[in-house]
Design a protein. Structure first.
Length: 144
């Protein structure tokens, strides 16, 4: 894979994954978890967008690297789902349940958040894997 294709996968993956995550959080997740988190949640005015974006960029960068070097399962679709699932389950469920056990954050709300974040990262991993795999044997359109 060329450096240009890898960079394109990283940038497109970040824009897609971050945008999807913001949409899911704002429209679906926040109304469900706000009652349980109450005053622990930030408002739109005090959200640390730079910190959130930097953390998400790190996850997407690791995805782009892993998807470039992992060869199984075969096919961009299966690889995207597998690598995205493994990384995001470890990152989000591992971190959020650890934090809910260590702090006063409620476990149920943190697990709902982990589930939403995991789903958006898996979708982003599929996009990254598609961009990285397009034009390879089997073609991107076939999932091969």
């Amino acid at each position: 894979m060329t450096a240009g294709r890898w960079l394109a996968s990283l940038l497109l993956g970040f824009v897609f994954t971050s945008g999807l995550n913001w949409f899911v959080a704002e429209k679906l997740l926040n109304p469900m978890i706000r009652p349980g988190l109450g005053p622990l949640m930030r408002t739109a005015g005090d959200t640390q967008v730079g910190v959130l974006s930097g953390g998400f960029a790190l996850i997407v960068a690791v995805l782009a690297v892993l998807l470039a070097i992992v060869r199984v399962p075969h096919g961009w679709l299966a690889r995207g789902v597998a690598v995205g699932g493994l990384l995001s389950v470890a990152a989000f469920f591992g971190t959020y349940t650890f934090l809910s056990g260590w702090t006063v954050l409620p476990t149920a709300e943190m697990c709902r958040t982990a589930l939403a974040d995991t789903a958006t990262v898996i979708a982003g991993a599929v996009v990254i894997s598609f961009v990285q795999g397009y034009g390879r044997a089997g073609g991107a359109g076939t999932g091969g």
